[in-house]
Write a protein that binds this ligand. Structure first.
Ligand SMILES: [Zn+2]
Length: 102
């Protein structure tokens, strides 16, 4: 997984950032992020995919809380190792979570 210490450029905004606070544009987006309940499923998936496939550009706790909001439940860290599967699961919000993953 990309670690923030090495991710010196935001994949989303293509701007460099210099410290653990992360990309200023991403942080601003998160501060003003739309309520996920107002987003369509496809908009949610699009945003989820963007976060999962880009280098981490914001502090971990902000990253997790946005991913969890988009997925609609808590996630375990290792789920981030398989973004495709996580995106697939997030598209089926009615499906109970597979606890066998833990
Ligand atoms: Zn950014």
């Amino acid at each position: 997984m990309a670690r923030i210490a090495r991710a010196l450029e935001c994949d989303i905004h293509l701007v460099p950032f210099h410290d653990e606070r992360g990309c200023g544009y991403c942080l601003r987006f998160l501060r003003e992020a739309p309520d996920v309940r107002d987003l369509s499923t496809s908009a949610r998936m699009e945003e989820l995919e963007r976060w999962l496939l880009a280098n981490r550009s914001v502090p971990e706790e902000l990253f997790y809380s946005r991913i969890e909001a988009l997925v609609g439940r808590r996630i375990s860290p290792h789920e981030l190792d398989d973004p495709d599967l996580l995106i697939q699961r997030a598209q089926r919000p009615g499906r109970p979570y597979d606890w066998d993953d833990w």
